[in-house]
Design a protein around this ligand. Structure first.
Ligand SMILES: Cc1cc2nc3c(=O)[nH]c(=O)nc-3n(C[C@H](O)[C@H](O)[C@H](O)COP(=O)(O)OP(=O)(O)OC[C@H]3O[C@@H](n4cnc5c(N)ncnc54)[C@H](O)[C@@H]3O)c2cc1C
Length: 406
């Protein structure tokens, strides 16, 4: 073979960055020319968006510019927006040019499908959500306005949502913030979820998380409804399919997700929702040399439910997918077969002044292990330490050792 193989990675978050670091660990610059293209020039520690929304963290504290660590790894960084991917001629087209590839890794995350429910926001309607840095900054301002002018609040997820954990984190976080300010008695709070039961989270539940969440919400006077189908968000109400209208001056609703426009617009790449169909090595089912990892991947729901809930794709799962895809790509170049694993998940769910730890293996039931569910203040400390450690490692071109992570 001639010169170095050309690998293009699209996305600079958990999926893209992990893939870049993993590939470079195994393939030197003489073997692979790696280019990472991302429309945001920053890495963001997305799980801390809920902390930013509550005013506990600032976006700058959970972000770092991608250029320097990638340059140190001899990964070319392009701060460009991909518009189209031609899988036949193997070319990625951006707002700034064309980038041919031999291998492509798609790690573009999601688009919030706000069109699914009228009023989902913040930029399409009066609702709020923490699904991107810009939306999180807007939500943080909405929370400050609520503190100045308290009123009823609904926090929830729309039908078809897959990212349910933040619903609970936001409800507990806001409850905690309001109590600290002595304002909780002026803010009736409701949690509305499409899940058939609390803690289903699109993965069929996990051990005793349901009981833990029920007790925690009841203890804190947060009213909740499961199998709730939100149909409209207005400036001061939230409507559901059973014709109820709940007063809410601040509706924080997680939307259903879709694949990004660039994937949806590229022929033969995504499914009708714009997610990328892959095999168990995260190779595209059809397109040669194409991989996808993270939220961009198409993964079916675990089961049907009265109101649809989709399969979660967490940061920890994204990291595993990136490692499997990178190992497979390296294996193809070095002429050996790489192994793969079913996805497991570990996550820490913030609950105001404490947190719950959840570990499932595999994510999709039935499971080999009884899920671990634990609650307490040390888990909140663990999450804070994890965020800082992850960022400190990642900005130096390293991944936090798995045993310490998530
Ligand atoms: C509020 C919130 C809280 C969460 N909490 C947790 C948690 O506690 N634990 C956990 O494990 N997971 C959590 N998650 C999930 C976790 O954040 C995601 O799994 C993770 O961010 C997915 O990483 P990704 O690389 O697939 O995509 P993303 O993080 O969405 O990143 C997508 C990347 O693609 C780039 N991109 C997109 N489109 C284009 C384009 N057209 N051209 C160029 N670049 C493009 C973006 O700039 C970005 O760099 C949370 C998610 C949210 C929203």
């Amino acid at each position: 073979m001639g010169g170095p193989v050309r690998i293009v990675i699209v996305g600079g978050s958990f999926g893209g960055l992990t893939t870049a670091y993993e590939l470079r660990r195994h393939l030197g610059p003489e073997r692979a020319e790696i280019t990472l293209v991302a429309r945001d020039d920053q890495f963001r520690f997305v799980p801390s968006f809920t902390g930013v929304a509550m005013g506990r963290r600032r976006l700058e504290q959970i972000s770092f510019p991608l250029a320097a660590p990638l340059a140190a790894k001899r990964v070319r960084f392009l701060n460009e927006t991909v518009a189209n991917i031609d899988t036949a001629s193997k070319v990625v087209s951006t707002d700034a040019g064309e980038h041919p590839y031999d291998f492509l890794v798609i790690a573009t995350g999601h688009r919030s499908a706000n069109e699914a429910v009228p009023g989902l926001g913040p930029f399409d309607g009066p609702g709020h959500s923490p699904m991107s840095a810009g939306e999180t900054a807007e939500l943080a301002e909405a929370v400050q306005r609520l503190l100045a002018e308290p009123g009823p609040v609904v926090i929830g997820a729309a039908p078809g949502a897959s990212c349910i954990g933040p619903v609970y984190e936001l409800a507990f976080g806001l409850d905690h913030l309001l109590r600290r300010r002595g304002l909780r008695h002026q803010v009736p709070m409701s949690l509305l979820t499409p899940e058939p039961f609390l803690g289903h989270m699109g993965m069929g539940g996990a051990g005793t998380i349901r009981q833990l969440l029920e007790a925690a919400l009841e203890e804190r006077d947060i009213a909740y409804r499961t199998s709730a189908a939100i149909t409209r968000v207005t400036e001061d109400t939230l409507e559901t399919a059973d014709a109820s209208s709940i007063p809410s001056v601040c509706s924080i609703i997680i939307p259903p997700l879709a694949g990004v426009e660039a994937v949806a617009a590229s022929e033969g790449l995504g499914n009708p929702k714009g997610f990328v169909p892959v095999d168990d090595h995260y190779r595209h089912e059809v397109a040669d040399g194409v991989y996808a990892v993270g939220v961009a991947v198409a993964l079916p729901p675990v089961e049907g439910s009265a109101v649809p809930v989709n399969f979660p794709k967490t940061g920890h799962m994204t990291e595993q997918m990136a490692k499997i895809a990178a190992a497979d790509l390296v294996g193809r170049l070095q002429g050996h077969e790489a192994s793969t694993n079913e996805l497991s998940a570990r996550c820490i769910l913030e609950m105001g002044d404490r947190a719950a730890y959840l570990a499932v293996d595999p994510v999709r039931p039935p499971r080999n292990r009884i899920p671990t569910v634990s609650e307490g203040r040390p888990w909140l400390l663990a999450k804070i330490v994890f965020e800082r450690a992850y960022l400190a490692f990642a900005r130096r071109g390293r991944l936090l050792p798995t045993a310490l992570g998530w």
